[in-house]
Design a binder for this molecule. Structure first.
Ligand code: NAD
Length: 426
């Protein structure tokens, strides 16, 4: 185990801010200043609780051995067991995992579910690996981090390039060490204790906050134009849900590039095209568009649903959307956030926008502990209640204190975690 990162005193934000850790540090600092948090509490809340770095040797299909680097970082457990996804991506870094773990602490606090924050990641390129290689990688990684996991310690979930199958391998490997433990991980297939509605939960939650903010702005989702960067679990489910509400999806992209149609993209027909070709590119009736241009499309709602730091100081002035719903974690750098605020672009922050996933993960964990199953209608209704409530709290605070929705969300969350730490005793 590596020692925790050294705690630092509040500093002015450096520019340019491109490291995801700088985004959480900046957001934390703004909220901590507003709340008047003392130096000790700042140190406590900005320092990760535990960081585990593991080397993961895997025998590849061609017989060679490759050693992958993996992390599991628990940021804070003041309000409950640590909770957060596991990402497989070539660009995973320790700072990225730290930042994402911290964002989970604020997210679970904001929606007021009894968890802290954690994140995991493996530096790998899953797009070039076979299923058998991914299974061996996941099992070996799990066996190396299982000492700090557990239903009342730390509960992983899916993130970029991980899915219900990966969660199943984690569940199976953890259970081999500790006995049958479905509550050790969420995002499992329904047949193995997963929750109905979990797969679509993050995207559905995104659509709920978009509906709420549009209602507040007096412009219904019906007829609104939407551009979405990232068409994986979150982006595709958000597209379907917003389309169902009457939104017109005019731009979609993934790691390979994007497609655009001013008339709107038929998601059903795109699905047929994608199943036939394995890609969204080349879909009839659309024009190709780059990921960069998609972010600058003239549209009502822009939804980044892929990587962090994609909206930065070099493109923030050119974003034409009037609302940004941050489905990805940390998609906007601190400097870009200031530019967007100044320009009057309404940004619904990630810790609120994409919290539907961890909320339904909480329901999955609860169902596993109680060994019962909820109907999908109940899952969706309870998630919606939590999301709308969190949205209202953030909006009310942002209006009463005349601050951005991001600053309001962080203030609410940090207050809750600080209170828990104080009550438990340092
Ligand atoms: P995913 O792996 O299912 O999909 C990711 C999508 O992003 C894919 O379409 C991929 O092609 C695209 N992508 C990857 N690199 C890209 C690039 N450089 N430019 C453009 N597109 C790129 O992942 P996901 O689960 O949908 O997660 C997406 C984002 O949402 C991440 O930021 C993740 O942390 C966040 N998130 C996910 C969940 C969840 O429940 N899965 C919950 C909360 C937040």
């Amino acid at each position: 185990m590596t020692p925790a990162a050294p705690a630092t005193e509040p500093q002015p934000a450096p520019a340019p801010i491109e490291n995801p850790r700088d985004i959480t540090a900046y957001n934390f600092r703004v909220a901590a200043d507003r709340l008047g948090l003392d130096t000790e509490m700042r140190m406590l809340l900005s320092t990760p609780f535990r960081e585990l770095r593991v080397e993961v040797p895997v025998r590849l299909d061609d017989g060679s051995l490759k050693v992958f680097l993996g992390y599991r970082i628990q940021h804070n457990g003041g309000r409950g067991p640590a909770k957060g996804g596991i990402r497989y991506h070539p660009a995973v870094t320790v700072d990225e995992v730290r930042a994402l773990a911290e964002a989970m602490t604020w997210k679970t606090a904001l929606v007021n579910i009894p968890f802290g924050g954690a994140k995991g990641g493996i530096v790998c390129d899953p797009l070039t690996m076979s299923q058998r290689e991914l299974e061996r990688l996941t099992r070996r990684y799990t066996s190396r981090i299982q000492v700090i996991l557990g239903p009342f310690r730390d509960i992983p979930a899916p993130d970029m390039n991980t899915n219900a199958q990966v969660m199943t391998w984690i569940f199976d490997e953890y259970s081999a060490h500790h006995g049958y433990t479905p509550a050790c991980v969420t995002g499992k297939p329904v047949e193995l204790g997963g929750s109905l509605g979990r797969e679509q939960a993050t995207g559905n939650g995104v659509s709920i906050v978009v509906r709420e903010i549009m209602r507040e702005l007096g412009r219904p989702v019906e007829g609104a134009t939407v551009a979405i960067q990232g068409f994986g679990n979150v982006g595709s489910n958000a597209a379907v849900a917003l389309n169902r509400m009457g939104g017109r999806i005019i731009g979609i992209s993934d790691v390979y590039g994007g497609i655009f149609s001013a008339k709107g993209i038929s998601l059903d027909e795109l699905d047929v095209h994608r199943k036939a070709t394995g890609k969204i590119q080349g879909f009839a009736g659309t024009q190709p568009i780059s990921n960069e241009d998609l972010l600058e499309l003239k549209c009502d709602v822009l939804i980044p649903a892929a990587l962090e730091c994609v909206i930065h100081r070099r493109n923030a002035e050119r974003v034409q959307a009037s609302v940004i719903a941050e489905a990805a974690n940390l998609p906007t750098t601190a400097e870009a956030g200031e530019i967007l605020d100044r320009r009057g672009v309404v940004v619904v922050p990630d810790v609120l926008t994409n919290a539907g996933g961890v909320t339904v993960s909480y329901f999955e964990w609860t169902q596993n502990l109680q060994q019962l199953f909820w109907e999908e209608s109940r899952v969706n209704a309870e998630m919606e209640k939590i999301m709308v409530n969190a949205f209202r709290n953030v909006l009310t605070r942002s209006r009463s204190e005349k601050i951005s929705m991001r600053a309001a969300a962080y203030a609410i969350a940090i207050e809750r975690v600080a209170r828990a730490e104080k009550l438990r005793g340092i």
